[in-house]
Design a protein around this ligand. Structure first.
Ligand SMILES: *[C@@H]1O[C@H](CO)[C@@H](O)[C@H](O)[C@H]1NC(C)=O
Ligand SMILES: *[C@@H]1O[C@H](CO)[C@@H](O)[C@H](O)[C@H]1NC(C)=O
Ligand SMILES: *[C@@H]1O[C@H](CO)[C@@H](O)[C@H](O)[C@H]1NC(C)=O
Length: 400
């Protein structure tokens, strides 16, 4: 099964080896999951955030920049104002990956694979908010929310479509380029400051395309990247299984699969926001259902409060692996980190976790304040929380 999937991906993805490799392994790592469960059901605390209208990419078909099902990709735009009118913030939507013809075909029937299913308007909150109280540093910037419909963090690059009953298109890189070109003509091309951001699979896309985004913009533009909940670890699961890794060792070189490796090769300043107890990673990398033979993790992975002391030890071990993985990055003087000990996933696009009176803090700083301090060089930001359950400001998820 794994080799079948691997062959498909190797045939379909483009020629930037490290990208293919990083995705392919990531996809394998989550092979036990068909869909990401990564849209945390958190509502913005603001009752009526402004809405951004969906624009479909012009000339998508002739450019070959299409979603999994061949429909045009899209984005939502809200114009900046005042002192922010020449600054641009892009946010790439997340939503897991599809890792087989079957799961990608299913995805064609959702907004993550087809613009036919996308909402025509989406709320702009958290980092996309226009309210200075909710978004102190970026509220008046131009904002673009890029929809994610290629199933592979905007990095597939197959020329021809996969054809087997239904057609499937893997055109992530072409989508990325075409959307950036269109936004360039809307004003991004004459920006003064720019921030590329994204969460989960969209955060991985942010890391993958960060230097490319830097290259596209004129030299005098301040360009930085913010990756939220996308530091996926190369860890064994609770059964100690390294199945996917050993499979892939035969196919490609292991060195450059993971965000950790992408970071080493990226020159543009990056900020990582990541919970140390990322529920998505706990549910899908650390204790996937197939490895939890006796179902002993079911309660714990739905609510961290239900974890027994043994399980907590394992979770603390996962946190240690994360800290070890970012250790080298902490020496990067242009980089920033905010790692809070919360049981959550994305935290930047909801007001409740980005910046509000009761949003999570580390050293009394919200995520918005930390990112602002880093972006505007007000001070170095390397915020690392003490282990769970020391932080009472967390918004821990409860799936039970
Ligand atoms: C192509 O479709 C057939 C029948 O639907 C299926 O048995 C086969 O596995 C598919 N091939 C691939 C590579 O998905
Ligand atoms: C570990 O990997 C093997 C394949 O090498 C697989 O057959 C087995 O089901 C896996 N075990 C668990 C507990 O997931
Ligand atoms: C934490 O920050 C808030 C403002 O964001 C401030 O009012 C409060 O006094 C600070 N608390 C401490 C303990 O420094």
């Amino acid at each position: 099964m794994a080799s079948h999937r691997g062959v498909i991906w190797l045939r379909k993805l483009g020629n930037k080896d490290y990208i293919i490799i990083s995705l392919a392994l990531l996809l394998l790592i989550i092979i036990l999951t068909t869909f990401d469960s990564s849209s945390p059901p958190i509502q913005s605390t603001t009752p009526n955030p402004p809405l951004g209208k969906l624009s479909l990419l012009r000339n998508a078909k002739s450019l070959g920049a299409v979603c999994l099902d061949g429909s045009p990709p899209g984005y939502h735009f809200r114009k900046g104002f005042g002192s922010g009118s020449r600054n641009w913030l892009l946010h790439i939507e997340g939503g897991g990956w599809c890792n087989s013809i079957k799961s990608c075909s299913l995805r064609q029937l959702t907004a993550l694979g087809s613009s036919n299913f996308m909402e025509h308007e989406v709320p702009f909150s958290g980092i996309l908010s226009e309210d200075a109280l909710q978004n102190p540093d970026f509220f008046n910037w131009n904002k673009v929310k890029i929809r994610y419909c290629d199933g592979a963090s905007l990095s597939g690059n197959a020329e021809s479509e996969f054809h087997n009953g239904t057609k499937l298109f893997f055109r992530g890189r072409v989508i990325w380029k075409a959307i950036i070109d269109e936004i360039m003509s809307k004003g991004l091309g004459t920006s003064k400051q720019a921030l590329l951001s994204g969460c989960s699979a969209g955060g991985l896309a942010t890391l993958i395309h960060c230097d490319d985004f830097r290259e596209i913009l004129p030299k005098n533009v301040d360009v930085k990247c913010l990756a939220d909940a996308s530091f996926f670890l190369d860890e064994s699961d609770i059964s100690g299984n390294y199945t996917m890794r050993s499979f892939y060792r035969d196919v490609v070189h292991l060195q450059c699969f993971f965000p950790q490796e992408i970071l080493k090769n990226t020159k543009t300043p990056i900020f990582l926001v990541n919970p140390a107890y990322d529920f998505w990673q706990i549910q899908n990398i650390l204790s996937p259902d197939a490895s939890d033979l006796y179902q002993s993790w079911q309660h714990c992975k739905r609510n961290i409060k239900n974890c027994n002391p043994n399980q907590l030890d394992i979770l603390h071990g996962f946190r240690s692996s994360l800290l070890k993985a970012v250790n080298e990055f902490l020496n990067n003087k242009d980089g920033g980190v905010f790692i809070n000990s919360c049981f959550i996933h994305c935290q930047t696009f909801m007001a409740s976790t980005w910046h509000s009176p009761n949003s999570p803090r580390v050293n009394n700083k919200t995520i918005a304040e930390a990112v602002g301090d880093w972006y505007f060089n007000r001070k170095a930001v390397k915020e690392i929380d003490c282990p769970y359950p020391c932080n009472p400001t967390c918004h821990n998820m409860d799936f039970s």
